[in-house]
Design a protein around this ligand. Structure first.
Ligand code: C5P
Length: 346
C-alpha cells in the first residue's frame, strides 16, 4: 500500500469580521485597552494559500498596501510558529486580498490565523486552534478570535474569546470607504475622553438571554466611532449619509466596524439588504454584501480546507477577482437558502 501522500499546498479562506458592538472600559498597564466586544465573521474573505518548502519564508500578495516583509502579520505568524515549534522547514504564503485593508474588518489578523492553522497542519506541528491561541495573542489582539469564528464575545484586549451559544445569522452590507484608519491612533484619541469603568452591562445583556432576536440589537453601539471620526474627520459626512440609508433601509444595526473605516449594516431580510445596497450604490458608495458565518459554518470551512489533501489549482489563486465575487465561491453559506436575522443556539 502506498503511504498517504502529503498535501502540497492548502487553500484557506480568511473571513472578515465585524464588531456587532464594542465598549472600551479603560486603559491597561500594557498600553492596550480593556474591551467588551461582540465579534462576528462574515462571508467576505481573502484566500490564503500556504505551500511548504525546504526552508525560508516568503509572502506574495498583489495588493499594493500589503507589506511583503515582517510588517506582514501573516509572515510573522509563520515565523512565530517556526520558532515556537522548532520547525526547520519553510513555506510560501500567497494572499489574494478581497477584505479592504485598514478597514476595521480584521483582514490582516484573519490571514495570520489562516497561516497558523495551515502551517500547523502542513508542518505536522499539531497544536490545533486551542494550542495556537498563545501564539495568536502575541501577533495581535484580533488574531485569537479568528481561530474561533462565528459570533463570539471578546474580553480583555479583545483576545480572550468566548464563542456564544447564540449565533447571529443575517445579511450584512459592508461599505468600503477606501480610507485606512490607524487603530492605534483611534485608541490614543479614546483616552482623551475616556471615563474608566469597572465593567459594562450592554454587551453582557446582549449575551445573556434577557434580550432576544431583533430587540437585542438596538442596545449595541461602537464606542470607537467618535474617536475614529475625530481621527478621520473627512469621513464624518459620508458616515452620516450611510447610516441614514441603512436605517431607512431597515437595518437592525448600522455601525462602524472596529476602529473603521468600514461601515456595516446588518439585516434580517436579504431583499431589504439588496434594496439598501442599491440605494448606497446610487449614492456613489462601494458596497459589498455578505452573509454572516456562524461558528459551525466557520469550523466546517476550516476542516474542509485542512482535509483537502491536494488543493487543486491553488497556484492560480493570485488571479484577483472582483470584490463581491466571494458570493460565488466555496464559502460555507453556499447553497444555503436565504435566511433572516436569527439567533441560533449551537
Ligand atoms: O493588537 P493590534 O496590533 O491589532 O492592535 C493595534 C493597536 O490598537 C495597538 O497597538 C493598540 O494601540 C490598540 N489597541 C488597544 N487596545 C486593544 C486593542 C488594540 O489599545 N484592546
Amino acid at each position: 500500500m502506498r503511504p498517504p501522500s502529503k498535501p502540497r499546498a492548502l487553500l484557506l479562506p480568511a473571513y472578515a469580521k465585524i464588531n456587532l458592538g464594542l465598549e472600551v472600559l479603560g486603559a491597561r498597564q500594557d498600553g492596550y485597552h480593556e474591551l467588551r466586544t461582540l465579534f462576528q465573521t462574515i462571508e467576505l474573505h481573502d484566500d490564503v494559500v500556504v505551500r511548504p518548502r525546504a526552508r525560508g519564508l516568503a509572502v506574495r500578495c498583489d495588493h499594493p498596501d500589503v507589506p511583503r516583509d515582517e510588517g506582514n502579520l501573516a509572515l510573522r505568524a509563520a515565523l512565530e510558529l517556526q520558532r515556537y515549534a522548532g520547525v526547520g522547514k519553510g513555506a510560501e504564503i500567497a494572499i489574494t486580498k478581497r477584505i479592504p485593508v485598514g478597514g476595521g474588518l480584521g483582514g490582516g489578523s484573519s490571514d495570520a490565523a489562516a497561516v497558523l492553522m495551515g502551517l500547523d497542519h502542513l508542518w505536522g506541528v499539531g497544536l490545533g486552534p486551542a494550542g495556537l491561541q498563545p501564539l495568536a495573542r502575541r501577533l495581535g489582539a484580533d488574531v485569537p478570535f479568528f481561530l474561533v469564528g462565528g459570533t463570539a464575545l471578546g474580553l480583555a484586549r479583545g483576545d480572550e474569546v468566548y464563542p456564544l451559544r447564540r449565533q447571529v445569522r443575517g445579511h450584512t452590507l459592508i461599505v468600503d470607504l477606501g480610507r485606512p484608519v490607524s487603530t492605534a491612533a483611534v485608541f490614543a484619541r479614546v483616552d482623551r475622553s475616556l471615563t474608566p469603568r469597572e465593567n459594562s452591562h450592554t454587551i453582557f445583556r446582549f449575551v445573556s438571554s434577557d434580550l432576544e432576536g431583533l430587540r437585542a440589537f438596538p442596545i449595541l453601539s461602537n464606542e470607537l466611532e467618535r474617536a475614529a471620526l475625530e481621527e478621520a474627520p473627512d469621513l464624518a459626512d459620508r458616515v452620516g449619509r450611510i447610516r441614514g440609508i441603512l436605517n431607512r433601509g431597515g437595518a437592525a444595526l448600522a455601525l462602524l466596524s472596529g476602529s473603521g473605516s468600514s461601515f456595516f449594516g446588518l439585516f434580517e431580510d436579504g431583499r431589504r439588504a439588496q434594496g439598501a445596497q442599491s440605494a448606497l450604490v446610487a449614492a456613489g458608495f462601494i458596497v459589498l454584501r455578505a452573509r454572516t458565518v456562524s461558528l459551525d459554518q466557520y469550523r466546517r470551512a476550516w476542516s474542509r480546507s485542512l482535509r483537502a489533501r491536494r488543493a487543486r489549482g491553488v497556484g492560480n489563486q493570485s488571479r484577483s477577482r472582483h470584490h463581491g465575487d466571494h458570493r460565488r465561491q466555496g464559502h460555507p453559506g453556499r447553497g444555503r437558502k436565504a435566511e433572516g436575522l436569527r439567533i441560533d443556539r449551537v
